[in-house]
Structures are given as C-alpha cells and as structure tokens.
Ligand binder design. Structure first.
Ligand code: TXA
Ligand code: MG
Length: 335
C-alpha cells in the first residue's frame, strides 16, 4: 500500500515518467499525471472511477499566459484573461481557454478548450518547477489533476483523506502521495470561462466574482448562458454518506427528524441543540471553506445519518458563494 512522502525530486521524476502523484494544492489535494501522456491520464480516470468525458485541469508552474511559448497549452487568450492570470495566479483560479495541439483529448474531454491553473501551494509549485528543470526541452510541463478522491465523493484537504480514498488503487512501486499539510482554502478553484467577451464563472471558488470584476473591469457573466460543458458540476457531488440538509432554522430541521444521528455544521453564533454533534463552528466564510470537507468526512467517521448545514453569514473573504455551492451539491439527492 502506498505511503506519504515529501520528496519533491522523486515526485517530479515519477510524473515525468508517466506515474501518478497525489499532490497538495492550496484548494484541495489533486491526483496528478503528466498532461501530455494519454496513458498516464488514463490511469487518473481508472483510479478515480471518473467518467472519461469529464475534462481535467492542467496545472503549470508559470503564471505567464504566453501563447507564443513553443510548448504552450493554449492557443489564444483575451486581454482580461491575461489580467486575471497576472493578478490572481498563483492561486485558486482556473481559466478555460482555447486549447493548443498539446492539450490532448483525454484531458479536454474532446472540447476545443483547456482548463489551466497555477497553484500557489509551495510543494505543488516546487514539483512543477522541478519537472521544468529536469526536462527543460518539454517546459512548460503540465500535470492534469482532478481532486484526489473517488468520483462523486468529498474532495481531500489533507494527506489522510487522500490515503483513505486512493491508497489501495495507487501502485506503491511507482506512484506517490505527497504530504503538504492541510489545504489552506479548502474548496476547489474558481473556474472561469474565458472564451467570450467577458469572464463567466462556471464554478465558484477562492477567487470571488467581485474580485474578477475588479481585476478585469468587466461585468461577470453567470453559467446559465454558457455553451461550455462542465461535467464535474453535477448536482450530486461532494457528498458524504450522511444525508445533508441545508437550513438556517436548526430547531425546525431537528424537529423534522426521527431517530437520526445528527451532526451540525454552522457559523459559531449558532447554538448546538441537545443530542446533536457539533462538526464545525466557523467564524468566517474563509474558515467555513477551510473546515467544510473535513467536517463532512467526520460525519461519516462518526456514522452520523444526517448533517444539518447552516450557510455562512459572513462573506468578508468572498468564499460564501463557493461554500453554498458545495453545500447544495452535497445536499442534492444521489442518483
Ligand atoms: O482546485 C481545483 O480546481 C482542484 C485542484 C486539484 O486543482 N481540482 C479540481 O479538479 O477540482 P476536478 O477535476 O475535480 O474539477 C475540475 C472541473 C470539472 O468540473 C471539469 O468539468 C471542469 O473543471 N473542466 C475541466 N476542463 C474544462 C474545460 N475545458 N471546460 C469546462 N470545464 C472544464
Ligand atoms: Mg473533483
């Protein structure tokens, strides 16, 4: 069974050789493979049990969106995407842009766009930079990395979560799991479609719509009118085994239950009713995002049958939209 390590050089060489590496990022842990190697990418889908039609994000080291670079992953970028890249990368933001020939169908899901992100976690950056240093002719190298969980499950925010999800499907003789501590943001990156006249948020995350408007000087469009497929954005996703109910009225939600083992995920000001297990008490939307997935996993560890989630009541960090999005997906009926 695979165990955790912190060896950057071994991880970079494993990726270059076409093996899998579970990599810490500031959002959630990713399961990485060399993005220009179809066999390596195929192993990601097999390990996760993920449908082949769901495209992957390519992670790179360099914040410059340089379409003139010989090995670039993109073929074009509007000025507002260049502004976003220079202001918000490295960080929890993914840009969807016209693909170059280097972005293979296994990564893009056969679409004519590619999703690209520069993570800020020092270990992720070190691994990507080491790949470029070890094999400069292939730079900028990219790794395709979905969240390092089985398909449809809660994303991992620490190495124990990754091992619980994937230890038995990785090959201990070649694959690696890197331990980079607890992910700072705690929910996945903001995905921005950059193929129309203005940026469109396809998935809310650590970079808020207000910040995107401020950086680009443009109105931020909503997903409804997009022609881009975001197959990962299924209604039922990020779900624990326990049923999740989103409600601001905890007493009413508890009163509506019968014989359930209940957990509560709520801002600190909300009191815990008798007989209910407190899973987290975040003070801010930033803390809420940071604690969310660990709290959902804790509910399953305690064999709770119901999680009542009270939405964040503070948005100073701009993460409330992302938290509410993940809560509503976790609460959506499976099937
Ligand atoms: O924070 C994150 O984004 C994490 C870390 C590991 O970087 N990654 C992550 O990957 O959340 P994943 O595979 O769980 O979610 C990627 C999402 C999916 O919803 C996928 O459909 C969408 O990105 N996506 C990828 N390529 C796309 C494209 N070309 N057009 C539209 N959506 C795309
Ligand atoms: Mg995911």
């Amino acid at each position: 069974m695979v165990t955790a390590s912190t060896d950057i050089d071994v991880a970079a060489r494993a990726l270059l050789a076409g093996h899998l590496v579970a990599l810490p990022t500031e959002t959630v842990y990713g399961l990485a493979a060399r993005a220009d190697n179809p066999n390596a990418v195929e192993r990601i889908y097999a390990a996760k049990g993920r449908p082949r039609s769901h495209p992957l994000i390519v992670h790179v080291a360099d914040v410059r969106l340089d379409r003139a670079m010989p090995n670039s992953w993109i073929s074009a970028a509007p000025d507002y995407a260049v502004a976003l890249a220079s202001q918000c990368w490295p960080g929890p933001m993914t840009l969807v842009l016209p693909r170059s020939a280097r972005a293979i169908d296994e990564v893009t899901g056969g679409q004519d766009t590619v999703a690209i992100r520069v993570p800020s976690h020092p270990m992720a950056r070190a691994v990507l930079s080491a790949m470029d240093a070890i094999d400069p002719a292939g730079a900028p190298h990219g790794v395709a990395a979905p969240s390092a969980n089985r398909f449809g499950r809660v994303s991992p925010t620490c190495v124990d979560h990754v091992l619980a999800e994937l230890a038995d499907v990785l090959d201990p003789t070649v694959d690696l799991v890197l331990d980079g501590g607890v992910s700072d943001v705690g929910v996945e990156s903001t995905i921005i479609d950059c193929t129309s006249v203005a940026p469109r948020v396809l998935r809310p995350g650590g970079v808020s719509a207000d910040r995107i408007a401020q950086v680009t000087g443009l109105p931020v469009l909503t997903p409804e009118t997009s022609t881009i497929r975001v197959p990962g954005a299924l209604p039922s996703h990020y779900a624990p085994e326990a049923r999740v109910v989103v409600s601001s009225d905890v007493s009413a939600a508890v009163a509506a239950t019968d014989g359930e083992r209940i957990g509560l995920l709520a801002p600190a000001r909300v009191a815990t009713p008798d007989g209910v297990v407190r899973l987290a008490s975040p003070l801010t939307s930033r803390e809420y995002a940071h604690e969310l997935y660990a709290a959902l996993r804790e509910a399953d560890r305690l064999s709770l049958t119901l999680v009542i989630a009270v939405p964040p009541d503070d948005d100073s960090a701009g993460l409330a939209a992302a938290v509410c999005d993940r809560l509503s997906r976790a609460a959506s009926t499976k099937g």
